[in-house]
Design a protein around this ligand. Sequence first.
Ligand code: AMP
Ligand code: ZN
Length: 206
Amino acid sequence: MVVLLLGAPGSGKGTIANYLEKEYGFFHLATGQLFRQITKQNSPLAQKIKKIINAGKLVNDALTNKLVKSNLIKKMKKNVVLDGYPRNIEQAKYLNKFCKIDYVFDLCVKENIIIKRIIGRRICPVCQAIYNIYYKKPQEKNHCNFDHHILIKRDDDTKQTIKQRLQEYKKFNHPLVAFYQQKGNYKKITLTGKKLINQIKKILKL
Ligand code: AMP
Ligand code: ZN
């Protein structure tokens, strides 16, 4: 099955996708993570993407679509969870040409909570586990529960960039939601934490 997670930055897409990956072996495709990996290279493309991410803007569709297709096409036999893609209607239409989506979950979280989540977010640079200094503290301060690596804060998790990221989200989200609503596999989700995980597990029959 292919599960698609929609929702603002900080709405919990990464946490759910990590869960489906760790517990049920889903292939987790996170475009943000793929782009962050590219920014570590020493190349003009890396510099360009870094600038876009840190400005809170979206990377162009041509590059994003190509990256997704090349990563996804070899994993289509597995269960897949898409996290952060598609981000606009053009990407959704592109994806629709080669991938059937079984479930679309739209994670709806209030903006004040989103901001606190993003400001407090810390990630493990090794296993990508997500923590939060307010809501989901690691067992050992600032270290990953799984591999004990020191947690990091994403460069784009700043107050200034968050505003821009939320603007980008609002600009492109409505047509995207309408697209999947019309397809009939769209589900709005408002629960959080354990209840959210349980709801998703129930729908996916896991
Ligand atoms: P995320 O980790 O999903 O919050 O993404 C981090 C950043 O990567 C975004 O703010 C964008 O700059 C870029 N990005 C991630 N996914 C996409 C996408 N589907 N289309 C365009 N840009 C993206
Ligand atoms: Zn880790």
